[in-house]
Design a protein around this ligand. Sequence first.
Ligand code: NOJ
Length: 570
Amino acid sequence: MTSTRRTPDWWRDAVVYQVYPRSFADSDGDGMGDIPGLISRLDYLEDLGVDAIWISPYYTSPLHDGGYDVADYRSIDARLGTMDDVDRLIEQAHARGIGVIMDVVPNHTSSEHPWFVEALTTEPGSLQWDRYIVREGSGPDRETPPNNWRSVFHGSGWSHVRDAAGDPTGYWYLHLFDTTQPDLNWENPEVRAEFRDILRFWFDRGIDGFRIDVAHGLVKEEGLPDYAYPSDDDEPMQPEMFDFGDVAHAPFWDQDGVHDIYREWRAVADEYDPPRVFCGETWVPNPERLARYQRPDELHTSFNFAYLEAGWDAGRMRASIDDTIAQHAKVGAPPTWVLSNHDVIRHRTRMAPGFDNQHRLTCVVDEERGLRRARAATLFTMALPGSLYLYQGEELGLPEVRDLDAEVRQDPAWHRSGGTDGTRDGCRVPIPWSGQEPSYGFGPGAASWLPQPAAWADLSVEREQADPASTLAMYRAALRIRRAAAALGEGPLTWLDVDGDALAFQRAAADGSTVTCVLNLSESTLRLPTAWGSEVLLGSTDDVAVLATDDGAEELVLGSETALWITSAS
Ligand code: NOJ
């Protein structure tokens, strides 16, 4: 990599852009994005100013869960490209100073993985079955699952092991996700060795790191005890994810034993020069549990979902920021910040007035104010210390597509929940690049694996590149400033007193320069103290006025639902 940012510590304040490859850019017109398509858009990512890309899985996969069901960890799905394409991607990204982070899926394989296929030809108790989590059923005829664990995608977390004739055997395999995603047995040394080898396989090809799927889930509590679910509803995920409170610690998440695996992985990453890096997908209840994954001999970073969940709420945002920074400081790790990804409702829609998560597809939201809030929240987040994860399309201000027909939806949870959940397709609709007609430059023709809304012609990269007030222009300007300003990136944060529904903090560099960041969450204007200066670096809208005060000083007045960066030179 030629970038001067390519120091061993580059990841501590990196801006990492998530590519969901099936939806980013399609080179061959089959309606599915691919690696050559991604390569053709690297100039765009360089101009945007990102330090690295994290690419969701592109391994050989039956795509029952968008590629998070891996059939072969050492090959590329033919629909997405070839190994040569990946080599070119790594080379061309590095030539632009962009790091490449792949996605490793260690909690489960696809049911089409050779290990699972082979296991099915043997009796439970075999060495082959020991790579997975298989138990005898309970009840007289072993017709009841071994315990009460649920699938994150709804329904039971267990399915029958069937014999060659398709009849149930009395044994069951665990799948915390879809039935086609059997959980691996991480007590088995062969599983551990295999994944260390997979890491090396890709590190040797030159990638810079891995995002780890379900990083908190690999180890299950001994004896696989029943879980006291907080509710009898078929609600598999949320309650135990955040803030345990009265809720018991789930026996399948965030077990202490998982940390040993990451110590082994860290040793592998540290064999390389420069050392390779990890980012964990760790859904844990609070920043204290999160920071445990970032102890010095474990993962470099993990996603901070508590901040994502804080929403458009000054009190929750500030509490989450304080707790995150404090807990990470204890382990010497930088915090990370993320507002959107391929599993959650896009933050433009989620933050919009009227959004109601219980009725996320049908609630009426104010899209324009959603965009205004999303831009403000993003600019605010970009000034926080540590590293930042962006999800493709958020830089265009894309909303969630909530009106996809049931027939086109592919999220397995949609089907397992009978259409009441599994709404993740709406944030995976292919990116609009240019033009007036679908696929809006996503591919050479009209095809896209999910239909794009007509309104997206106005949100294309081409349109926004031509508009200095666009969301894309704001992202570019912010990332340019963030890279250049000594006060941004890693370092201390000091809260400033501010009136009303607002947040303000200052970042200061060793050279004495500062960046003050203000977020006005209210629907009224906000007058800023003159002492904060009037040298505007960037606003999330142009709704910022400079007024002369009686004593000749200059006062900034910030519009509603707007964020602002102000500087004082050193
Ligand atoms: C988390 C991934 O982000 C999600 O897309 C996937 O469905 C699950 N893990 C299971 O692999």
